[in-house]
Every structure is written in structure tokens, then in C-alpha cells.
Design a protein around this ligand. Structure first.
Ligand SMILES: Nc1nc2c(ncn2[C@@H]2O[C@H](COP(=O)(O)OP(=O)(O)O)[C@@H](O)[C@H]2O)c(=O)[nH]1
Ligand SMILES: [Mg+2]
Ligand SMILES: [Zn+2]
Length: 405
């Protein structure tokens, strides 16, 4: 394919050049021309040009390495997902300072101008546009980029809630993973909703497994989290009271889907009349190819109202580089106790006079949750086996496939 001039495409013939730019170290001070450009790219919507003949507001619905898909969104929350444009980023911004690997992510609100030029260098029937401005993000879901240290990999922005999907069995529920998603949600101020699927399979399980599931579900509920226990593939699932309630919670909001492959995310989404019916994996294929079925984050409009974002990058992750303060904040039940510890810098591990450990002994904090906290802090659930006790940024390390490779 011939490619001439243009935006991300500039690097398409030269992956090394692309990498070099991507690896540029973030600068400390915002004095460079690059930093200035970044500021020009991110502009409050009240300052967007009002009536550019060829301009329109849009939502980024899917991101690829050198181009993205956007859908017009004249009013916030009214995304015309059937009207898809191929978009590239205005060339001048390619020199901008980069602390994040991607300029734009799924969920971004952007200002675009139409173009008749073939910017992406692709054979396409889609109308094309150039992204000129980015609306400041309300929140982001990010991880530390494992391939490029010091760079963030933002997976999505402007998310209203995090839908944490797990199955009781097949695959077996990993409570620690749910805890990590909850930490992410708490620290970003995103409402988490827990959905436990494949409830039907519980009946074949041993009593003590069922009892431990009940205990954990009740504990999450007592912490104020909404937990739904469902069977997404049941013939009558749409009539189920929990599914109905979930439907109301999704309405009018953007929900990020998370959870391992095979837990039933697509089956669940299909209950809410998605504009594109989601492929449900045959059981035997799940662990081999299930993870490759959704290669790019996509924005799915639900007929019952609302949108869901389904991205492979969030399916499994390890939290890393969280300070004990941030982490303890992410465990809601610990917040009441942390100020009562004898030592101010208490990490709630083995320090004397620790109010958190006392609360665990008294039974006011679940010992399973406390061990989850310890595991994350000590890195036993992450890749780094060391304790981070400095206040550093929230970083997430996702251990699955890349979004853009
Ligand atoms: N037994 C049982 N199987 C389910 C349930 N929901 C989904 N499945 C099956 O689990 C497999 C994975 O479902 P899928 O929706 O593709 O999961 P995803 O990878 O998270 O999107 C499929 O074979 C579904 O038919 C459920 O509630 N009970
Ligand atoms: Mg799926
Ligand atoms: Zn303590």
C-alpha cells in the first residue's frame, strides 16, 4: 500500500522511527514547544470553535496504532455509533510531549474536521476526518506500559462505571482479581459493579466452596458494593430480576467491561441488545483463542440504553507501584482504621499498634480482603517482589495482549 505524507501513517514504513518517538523521555518542565503543543491539543469544550463549516464533536470509539474510529456526538452522551469516521491526529501534534503512549483513547471526546485527503493511507469507504482538539478527560483507566518504562498506557477515558465480571466456576472466581479492580475503581473514582456469572454451575460444587462464595459476596455487599449473581446464558435471563436491575444501571452511562476471558462478558452484553451482537466463545476454545476475539477496545451501544467498552487489555491485570497509602485507600473498609495506627507511616504489615490488623483480629475487616491487601503491597500478586512505600502514581500492569499490536 502506498502511503504519502500524513499523520500516524508517517511512521508506518518505519517502525523504528515510530518507536523512537514513542520512547522519548517525558520532560520535566512544560517549557518546550512540545509541551505547548500538548496544551493546544487539550482544550476545554467551551473553547471549541463553534461553527466550523467542516468541524464536529465526536467520540473515539476504537483506537488502532495509526488511526482511530470516531462517531459524531453533537450532544454529550448522544453518540451516533452507526456513523463511523476514520480519523487521524492533526500532524502538528505528533511532535507533542508524550507521557502516554497513545494520544487518544477510547472514550475521548474530540473535535474533528472533515477531510477529503486520504490521511490514513488505507483503502476505505469511510468518511475521513482529522482530530484537532481533545476534551480534558474526566478519568482514565491506565497501566504502566510494560514495553516502554515511564510511559503510561491509557486504555480508556471518561468511564462512568467499571463492570467487574467474574464467573463462579469455569473459570473459577479469583477474588483477589476482583479486589484489584475495586482498588482501581476506588482510586479513579469510578463506580464499580460486580457481576458473578455462571451461577448455575454452583450447584455442582462442594458445600464449602459455595459457602465461601456466599461469604465473599456478602462481604462485598456490606462494604457497599453492588453484586449481581446471574446466569447470563439462561433462556430466561432477560426476565431475571438482577439482569433487569443491571440494565437500569447501565442505562445512560458508559461502562467499562472487565474480567477474564470466558467468564461470560459477551453473553452478558448480548442481553442488553447491543448494536453489534457479541461473539460468544465455544467453551473448548476459550483458553486458546478466547483472548484474541476482541482485538481492539470498542464502544458498544446498547439498545436498552448506555454504552459498554470492551477492551482486551483490562481482562487481567496486576496492580503495581501503589504506595501503601493509596492501596489502603483502595480498600474501603481500611479507611476508618488507618488513622488510628500507632505509627503514621504504618503499612499495616507487622508494625506494632496497627489498628488495621487489630480490626482484622476483631473480625471487622475480612481476613481474606486483608490478605489481598498484603499480597498486592508485597508484590506477591504482582511481578515485583518488593514493597513500595513511596507515594507514587497509580500504575496498572496488565498481563495480557497488547491493544495495538
Ligand atoms: N454455564 C454457564 N455458561 C455460561 C454462562 N454465561 C456464559 N456461558 C458460557 O461461557 C462461555 C464464555 O462466554 P463468553 O460470553 O464468550 O465470555 P467472554 O469471553 O467473557 O466474553 C460460553 O461458552 C458461554 O456460553 C452462564 O451463566 N452459565
Ligand atoms: Mg467476549
Ligand atoms: Zn496499621
Amino acid at each position: 500500500m502506498r502511503r504519502k505524507g500524513g499523520n500516524w501513517r508517517k511512521f508506518e514504513d518505519d517502525d523504528e522511527a515510530f518507536d523512537r518517538v514513542s520512547k522519548m523521555k517525558p520532560r520535566e518542565k512544560k517549557t518546550s514547544k512540545a509541551a505547548q503543543l500538548e496544551e493546544e491539543f487539550e482544550v476545554q469544550e467551551s473553547k471549541w470553535p463553534e461553527k466550523f463549516a467542516d468541524g464536529f464533536a465526536a467520540r473515539v470509539v476504537e483506537v488502532h496504532k495509526r488511526y482511530a474510529f470516531v462517531s459524531p456526538e453533537p450532544e454529550e452522551g448522544q453518540i451516533k455509533t452507526r456513523d463511523v469516521w476514520l480519523a487521524t491526529i492533526a500532524r502538528k501534534f505528533l511532535q507533542a510531549k508524550r507521557e502516554q503512549r497513545n494520544f487518544i483513547v477510547v472514550g475521548d471526546r474530540v473535535y474533528c474536521t472533515r477531510t477529503t485527503e486520504d490521511h490514513a493511507g488505507l483503502v476505505t469507504d469511510l468518511p475521513q476526518c482529522v482530530i484537532q482538539l481533545l476534551s480534558p478527560r474526566k478519568n482514565i483507566i491506565k497501566r504502566v506500559d510494560p514495553h516502554r518504562r515511564g510511559m503510561d498506557h491509557v486504555l480508556a477515558s471518561n468511564v462512568d462505571q467499571l463492570l467487574i465480571v467474574a464467573s463462579y466456576v469455569g473459570p473459577t472466581v479469583k477474588w483477589g482479581l476482583i479486589d484489584r479492580y475495586l482498588v482501581l475503581a476506588e482510586l479513579q473514582g469510578i463506580r464499580p459493579i460486580i457481576v458473578l456469572n455462571k451461577r448455575d454451575l454452583l450447584q455442582d460444587e462442594k458445600d464449602d466452596f459455595r459457602a465461601s462464595c456466599d461469604e465473599n459476596v456478602n462481604n462485598y455487599r456490606s462494604l457497599g458494593y453492588q453484586v449481581f449473581s446471574v446466569q447470563a446464558n439462561a433462556a430466561s435471563a432477560r426476565k431475571n430480576i438482577d439482569i433487569q436491575e443491571l440494565k437500569m444501571l447501565l442505562k445512560g452511562r458508559v461502562s467499562m467491561l472487565s474480567g477474564h476471558s470466558g467468564v461470560g462478558k459477551s453473553s452478558l452484553v448480548n442481553l442488553f441488545e447491543p448494536e453489534l451482537v457479541q461473539a460468544v466463545e465455544k467453551n473448548e476454545d476459550i483458553f486458546y483463542k478466547g483472548r484474541h476475539t476482541t482485538s481492539y477496545a470498542s464502544f458498544i451501544k446498547l439498545g436498552t440504553g448506555g454504552y459498554v467498552i470492551d477492551t482486551p487489555g483490562i481482562r487481567s491485570f496486576v496492580l503495581q507501584e501503589l504506595s501503601h497509602r493509596e492501596l489502603a485507600f483502595g480498600f474501603v473498609e481500611m479507611r476508618d482504621f488507618t488513622s488510628r495506627c500507632k505509627f503514621q507511616g504504618c503499612r499495616h504489615l507487622d508494625e506494632p499498634g496497627c489498628a488495621v490488623r487489630q480490626a482484622v483480629e476483631d473480625g471487622s475487616i475480612s481476613s481474606r480482603r486483608y490478605h489481598s491487601y498484603r499480597g498486592i503491597l508485597q508484590g506477591t500478586t504482582g511481578r515485583e517482589g518488593r514493597i513500595r512505600d513511596l507515594d507514587v502514581d497509580l500504575g496498572l500492569d496488565l498481563d495480557l495482549e497488547e491493544q495495538d499490536t
